[in-house]
Design a binder for this molecule. Structure first.
Ligand code: PFF
Length: 457
């Protein structure tokens, strides 16, 4: 069998993991969830969750990946024994499903960036009865969406097909610094816009009363966001760590990755809210799929320099989405390479092709986005994360501590603190989130989705 690939440099691994973590979750979702959750007060809760839950959980994926040097199915089988391979299978399925619609959303961002090339956003909106919502409706489904879903997936497949060093590592070395630079530039520009001040106030002044009133929804939302944004629960970090050598200090890498992800999410808030306020939009809505497109396009139509600002903004998000999408496809591809034994480029094209087909219905009707997203994100992902936590925390903790100590040295009681964090608090949070996710999904199936079927069949 061919030698298993590895990262060329430590930076390559870190950038790839940051590239995976920074994506639509940070840019499309985070600012709105934060806005709704009382601004800075939510931010504090979220930071707490990232540190107390995200950090132990990302280390758990790292140790399993590096110890076994396998894709998630092979890794869980090697780490936990035979039946655990089915949990690995759930990871693969989750990646499969999430990537299918992630690609469609990524395509929307490419589409909106193209609009910026072709003229200013005000005249684009004017072409859709002057309503950015109608514009989003027209662009988010149908032929446009289909073509850009195709483009997005083709780019993703192309990068993964080229391999770890020549494909993913090279791509993220360009993409991640570009994302950071562009966002910093946008944030500075946003700062100079008139009337942007209200945006900072909304984002940064803590309103604890919102949390006190809605904690039952907001706490699971903060936990879910912490997992999603760190790409946990579907084996991305297992897979990426499987290409590592033994000498890395995984805690240090984990802290670096989490630091970048959180910093970039925070930075995005400094772009989105001031621009919205400058465009006289002062009510961020529910963060649904169209929210950021509708709100930001209107803002870009209204502020001076909006055409260029918008072009850069949408393109930046598209880049961030691609660097996340490649990690999802890598999970599935590494599975096909290791377990089915096919060559990398065939695996990437074959798996990418099937995932692409699964995403096509989303370009027909957005009800399929909800159908896939609620299921993968709120149920499968949480279930996968829960099982991995149980495996590392309860079933085989010693191997995990041994593995973590490689490259660090004796951890003493810190190792035990880590294991106990996994065993009790994280398991509890995940069980509650899973329960809420199932309730929400049943609600959706019997409500919105049943209604849609009635109307359309
Ligand atoms: N972390 C990515 C984001 O915040 O957009 C999304 C993501 C990528 C989730 C990869 C899960 C994953 F495996």
């Amino acid at each position: 069998m061919a030698q298993r690939e590895t990262w060329a440099t430590r930076t390559g691994f870190i950038l790839a993991a940051v590239g995976s973590a920074v994506g639509l979750g940070n840019i499309w979702r985070f600012p709105f969830v934060t806005g709704e959750g009382g601004g800075a007060a939510f931010l504090l809760v979220y930071l707490l969750f990232v540190a107390l839950i995200g950090f132990p959980a990302i280390l758990a994926e790292f140790v399993v990946g590096r110890r076994t040097d396998r894709n998630p199915v092979g890794a869980l089988k090697a780490y936990g024994g035979g039946a655990w391979k089915y949990v690995g299978g759930i990871f693969i399925a989750t990646g499969f499903i999430i990537l299918s619609y992630y690609s469609v959303i990524g395509g929307w961002f490419i589409r909106y960036a193209i609009e910026g090339f072709r003229g200013d956003y005000a005249s684009h909106i004017a072409a859709y009865e002057g309503d950015p919502e109608i514009m989003f409706g027209a662009l988010s489904t149908g032929l446009d969406a289909f073509i850009l879903h195709t483009v997005f997936m083709a780019i993703t497949v192309g990068i993964v097909a080229l391999g770890i060093r020549q494909g993913i590592e090279l791509a993220v070395k360009v993409m991640v610094p570009a994302i950071i630079l562009l966002l910093v530039g946008l944030a500075i520009w946003a700062f100079t816009l008139p009337e942007s001040g209200g945006g900072y106030e909304y984002y940064l002044s803590p309103d604890f009363s919102v949390i006190a009133a809605n904690w039952a929804e907001l706490l699971p939302a903060a936990a879910g966001q912490a997992f999603f944004t760190l790409s946990l629960g579907m084996g991305v970090m297992i897979t990426y760590a499987s290409y590592l050598g033994e000498d890395r200090n995984l805690t240090r890498d984990g802290i670096t990755i989490i630091g970048f992800d959180t910093g970039i999410a925070f930075l995005t808030g400094l772009v989105v809210f001031p621009i919205m306020w400058a465009g006289a939009l002062t009510e961020p809505g529910s963060g649904g799929p169209g929210e950021i497109f509708v709100a930001m396009t209107q803002a870009f139509a209204d502020v001076s320099g909006g055409q260029f600002l918008g072009l850069i903004f949408f393109a930046t998000v598209a880049i961030a989405a691609i660097s996340s999408a490649i990690s999802l496809l890598e999970v599935v591809t590494s599975y096909a390479i290791d377990e089915i034994g096919i060559e990398r480029w065939k695996a990437a094209i074959g798996m990418g092709g099937v995932i692409y087909l699964l995403g096509v219905p989303v370009t027909y009707d957005l009800i399929f986005l909800d159908l896939l997203d609620y299921f993968a994100d709120a149920i499968l992902l949480v279930f996968g994360a829960l099982m991995l936590t149980i495996l590392v925390g309860w079933i085989a903790p010693q191997a995990a501590v041994d593995e973590l100590e490689k490259g660090i040295g004796n951890l003493g009681t810190l190792g035990q603190v880590w294991i106990w964090a996994l065993r009790i608090p994280i398991v509890i949070v995940l069980i509650i989130s899973l329960y809420l996710g199932v309730v929400e999904y049943v609600d959706f199936l019997t409500g919105d989705f049943a209604g849609w079927l009635d109307e359309n069949l």
